[in-house]
Design a protein around this ligand. Sequence first.
Ligand code: GLU
Length: 376
Amino acid sequence: MNLKLLNDAKRIIVKIGSTLLVDPENGNIRVDWLRLLAEDLKTMSESGSEIIIVTSGAIAAGRRDLGLGSDRLRLEESQAAAASGQVRLAHAYASALQASGLIAAQVLLTIDDMDSRRRYLNARNTITTLLQLNAIPVINENDTIATTEIRFGDNDRLAAGVAAMMSADVLILLSSDIDGLYSADPNSDKKAEWIPVVQRITPEIEAMAGSTISSDSSGGMVTKLIAARAATAAGCNMVITSGKGRKPLQRLLSGGRSTWFMAKRSPISARKHWIFSVLQPRGELVVDNGAVDALDRGKSLLPAGVKVVEGNFERGDSVLVLDLNGNKVGRGLVAYSAADATKIIGHKTTAIEKILGYSGRDEMIHRDDLVLENEK
Ligand code: GLU
């Protein structure tokens, strides 16, 4: 049943950890392994799934080149290592994917890109465009400029953030040391039992990871559970499996050992819930009857249909959409600030660039960012 989830997934995130990708002995990127993985990815993309990679390995690949040895690095040192290693990482992905006829496109994100609405929309739009252009986004944290306070710190969490941002259906965590969740550490406890499916992350499940989840833990199963919680809350199913050896994705697809963490709702309904119930509206757009009809027919809200702009919102904020009688029609993430929105309302989309001096989005609120009253 879970394999069906994978086969049916429209959008899949594959997270690859440092230890899988970079040989800790010599800092070399395992290019042969990566080439085979690219073949795996090609098969997945040919069966109709969009793929996004979240990769670690920049620090591991860069530290040796800079003579930083194997001791724990200071923040500035790991940032320097990432700056150097990320270049090699990007090169390795570009050539491995190219050998399978795929195009790699590097995206470096910070936690701000997920927290700030405006940047969140930008990152999401760019990654969506890359997917439409059949490229495979290869994402890492922008370690070089991230400071301790604004770091994800581990890519399991980054991958879950990307899964939520991109409304992914499945997040695959390829692990270097474990092929799933066990009732105890299988390396030290012979009686440890494998858990194939987790419907809900209960305190019992947390206890299996070795310690209770706290926001500052990092590494190992604990961060994987934090990632699972974030991904499943966003409607994305998550699976942990071993990334070791040849073609781990094919292995997973043919029933290889793994643990699935099941999402309670679909990514779309989780996103709608987020827009409707979590975000505070920062303003209002009053729209004409033609726009109300268009929205009911599943269209986006265009500037031409907006009559009045109220409030002081920024691009990416949530706003209420009202009809001419003041009834709530829905709410959504607006593509323009209140100041710019005021200038372009009533105008055709083609006039936006001339009025604002830059070419923004065609829509005031894109359909994917809009939830109508009757859909909430
Ligand atoms: N972003 C870090 C790197 O590429 C890795 C973070 C992690 O290990 O999860 O080196």
